[in-house]
Write a protein of this length. Sequence first.
Length: 436
Amino acid sequence: MKTYGKIDDFYIREDEEFLIKDILPSYYIGENLDKENVSADYVLRFLQNELNELLHSFANGGFSHKGYLFFPLINGVSKNNVNRIKKLKEIAIFLTDNGYDFSNSIKAYKNNVKTNINFATILSSLYQDFSCIKNKNTKSINKSNCTELDLSSYKKSDLGYLRPLNELKNYANRHLEQYLAGFYLHGSFATKDYVKGWSDVDTLAVVSKKTIENPKSLLEFRNMMYYMRHFLYKIDPLQHHGSIIISEYDLENYCQVYFPVEIFKYAKSFFKEDGTGKVKVRDCSSEVLAKLFWFVNYFRRLNMEKIFTMGSYDTKNLLHCITLFPTVYLNAKDIFVYKKFSFGIARNDFKKEDWKVVDEASSIRRNWKSAGSLPFIRLSSSINPLLAYQLNSRVMDFFKDIKKINNIDTKYLVENMFRLSEKAWNKIKNAKTKKV
């Protein structure tokens, strides 16, 4: 029987400890930064990834508990984001001591990190200092030009259902374009193979350098992006994510874990002109391992802690994680493909009985029956989108159980996905062991 230890919220086996540097970089940095056995290049990649995650969280809201409940009256930054950006001061000092100049960022820490403007100022300074570093070992590739989203090419019978996408496009052109280098629709709504009631709205926002460099603009953008989620929830009341956020700086030293460049081939632009072109891609072998392990740990935790009873919001999130897993697994093998092509490629690595759980989740997706949303929730979502639809999922649990409506056995899904994910992880881990 395999035994697991625990580091933070992650279940780790003894034979995985040699991968800590790749799969738990925050923990590794915390344990080793002061021991002078961490390379500056590793720390630079860690910094970029942390900035990306902080920008993503901040731009999608990233509110404190009070902000989450009382937005827009209160819109403070979450405790987790405050703590994460505080830790980056040590990173900035380490990099400055190792030949890089993060002096402007270090000065920015003199003010209270907890206030929105100071948080945005520090985030802006770190991005600007990072952008001054000369890129190493990047490969320039052409990103596909994305044509403008045109709903007139969709089924006429679906135009009423798709109206929120048109509303989102109009909102983006009025309120978001000034802050972005590009704004894209990707996933099933871009490729027209969406499933009504199931498919969520996948968007990608590339924040312009001009916005990053101006903390006040960054705060304005944050509010605009949060209100934007209202349109996403009109399509999918159980949507579990906002927009993918990257910065224009990232395109010059790009990690494909953020958003594989290949997917731009299947995306549509909300703007008339696609504002981004060439992308300079860097090695992301550590990041793909970390992302795969996040999913592995997600299924480990559910199985080991026997979290089988879930509400509608968490049940749908489980199904999304199952259907995304083939893509993440392939990324760890350095294969970057559009999600719908990942199933056919990844299944070849597994036995039919092991893969059955993914087929079952895909079947649930194809035949999905939606529980809908309550009218008063839809109205209030224009004020505080995330809170409104979190409340909707809980209220609807009392009236309509999506597990019963869609005949979902969460215990079966968790247990079998745990087994599949462990086998997938062992394949990747063994390949990594051979390289070492």
